[in-house]
Write a protein that binds this ligand. Structure first.
Ligand code: GCO
Length: 474
């Protein structure tokens, strides 16, 4: 009996400790004044896209095969059988789109290079595709918009898919050949290089949930793929630094290289229930801490009870990033429930607004993320943050609240260098097809006309206020 009482007491004490260590933060979001949201003069205000989602005619990559295939039950892989097709036709309309970026007042544009267009067959380089990206960069330069280039954003050429993608170690070498080629071609325009977009999300969606190609559900294999990608990242980091010897923007630095991490914030569903805290611990570890630790130590440690116990050192990982890119969207409440798959309870916060992706709008999470990732000791770019919604007020509030959260972190000393709203315009949202509208600009997918959404004006206004301040200081 005494033992049980001690046990209960211990559990209560641990719960009190955890609640104090990780307090639930709530802010007054109602009184934010946009005029207070002032950032350093050289801050990058940007928008982001990725090639497959906006360019159109991406017919030589694995996503093309995926969109045209069906699952075991005979259902299309993408919602309503949507195919990216011509998408926003950004490939042909990039000049118009540069004007749209300028119109917002942005000084940076994050886009990705479509590997399958640049190297449609192994070792065969498409002059047309390389020239296209040069022209895009030139257009950006003429408009004083700095290119922020992602080298891998979820897609692979079909010839890479045929050899098993990043399951196959050879892909690492092929990826480096591609990186070397692109850097050599674009180094006179580009100073910011991102090796990979969200490696962890990429493997979770492709090898754990099976919602992205190759549609597998194999945890062990997913870890192997992740290790290959991290190795590719390290090699790419060195290759870029070796090759990019041109300071395109005249700031005295030839190039800087980073990687984008999807930073997921978790909280226990029931703050006084220990099993929920245990689930929180493992999820946070899996999603955030193990990644942070691996970059700090060069060793990837992953522990998933009864499944994975990994300790792998990745040569060069420790010094393989000049900055870190944070993609932040939401917070998930997690807990333990025998009724759910793998005992995993994942919930939204009922009292907070929810986006069309069914994601909770939780700006405090961006602040917490920035505080968490500052321990990497390098500058941070928010390389994605945005909302899929048709509600103009929600979009407006989302932007205002998140810029405010970022500002709070800045005031607390976090070295934040830029913010990229996801996305410039509505586009092909992977497994969700064209059903989710993240864009600052609305796209009519019949006429391909772009129109600034009302809720997006706030972003323009915030950027303008920052420019005015810059002007006053000069
Ligand atoms: C990702 C990608 C983007 C998405 C965006 C919205 O995080 O999946 O980087 O391509 O479109 O995040 O889901």
């Amino acid at each position: 009996m005494l033992l049980i009482i001690y046990l209960i007491l211990l559990i209560i004490l641990i719960s009190i400790y955890l609640n104090l260590k990780y307090p639930a933060i709530s802010w007054d979001l109602k009184n934010i004044d946009k005029r207070d949201l002032i950032f350093p003069n050289d801050f990058l205000w940007g928008v982001a896209t990725s090639a497959h989602q906006v360019e159109g005619n991406c017919t030589s990559n694995d996503w093309f095969l995926w969109e045209n295939s069906i699952d075991e039950e005979g259902c299309p892989r993408v919602r309503f059988g949507h195919r990216s097709g011509l998408s926003c036709d950004h490939w042909n309309r990039y000049k118009e789109d540069i004007k749209l970026i300028k119109e917002l007042g942005c000084n940076s544009y994050r886009f990705s290079i479509e590997w399958s267009k640049v190297e449609p067959e192994r070792g065969i380089w498409s002059r047309e595709a390389l020239d296209h990206y040069k022209a895009l960069c030139e257009g950006l330069r003429d408009s004083e918009i700095k290119p922020f280039v992602t080298l891998h954003h979820f897609t692979n050429p079909i010839w890479i898919w045929e050899i098993g993608g990043f399951e196959n170690r050879d892909t690492v070498d092929y990826f480096i050949d591609y990186v070397a080629k692109v850097v050599d071609e674009l180094k006179e325009y580009v100073d910011f290089w991102m090796t990979f977009n969200e490696p962890l999300v990429y493997v979770i969606m492709g090898w754990i949930y099976g919602k992205f190609p190759p549609g597998k559900k194999d945890l062990i294999l997913s870890v192997e793929v992740l290790m290959n990608i991290l190795e590719a990242h390290c090699l790419a980091y060195r290759t870029i630094h070796e090759l990019d010897n041109v300071d395109s923007d005249g700031d005295g630095i030839n190039c800087s290289v980073g990687i984008a991490k999807s930073a997921q914030i978790f909280d226990p569903y029931r703050r006084w229930y220990l099993p929920d805290w245990i689930v929180f611990y493992y999820l946070d570890n899996f999603f955030n801490e193990s990644f942070i630790e691996s970059l700090l130590t060069g060793e990837y440690r992953l522990h998933i009870p009864f499944k994975v116990n990994l300790k792998k050192s990745i040569p060069g990982l420790k010094y393989s990033y000049d900055w870190i890119g944070i993609n932040y969207y939401t917070r998930i409440l997690c807990g333990f429930s025998l009724k759910r798959q793998w005992g995993l309870l994942l919930e939204n916060t009922k009292s907070l607004p929810i986006s069309d992706m069914n994601w909770t709008v939780y700006p405090q999470g961006l602040y917490r993320t920035l505080i968490k990732y500052r321990k990497l000791g390098v500058p941070i770019f928010i390389t994605e943050n945005g909302i899929a919604t048709e509600n103009k007020n929600l979009r407006r509030d989302f932007i205002l609240y998140h810029v405010d959260a970022m500002h709070e972190a800045l005031l607390d000393g976090v070295d934040i260098r830029g913010y990229f709203y996801w996305s410039l315009m509505d586009n092909f949202e992977w497994a969700e097809g064209f059903t989710k509208r993240f864009g600052l600009y609305h796209v009519d997918f019949k006429t391909l006309k772009r129109r600034l959404k009302e809720g997006s004006n706030i972003y323009k206004e915030i950027i303008q206020l920052n420019r005015q301040k810059e002007f006053c200081e000069k």
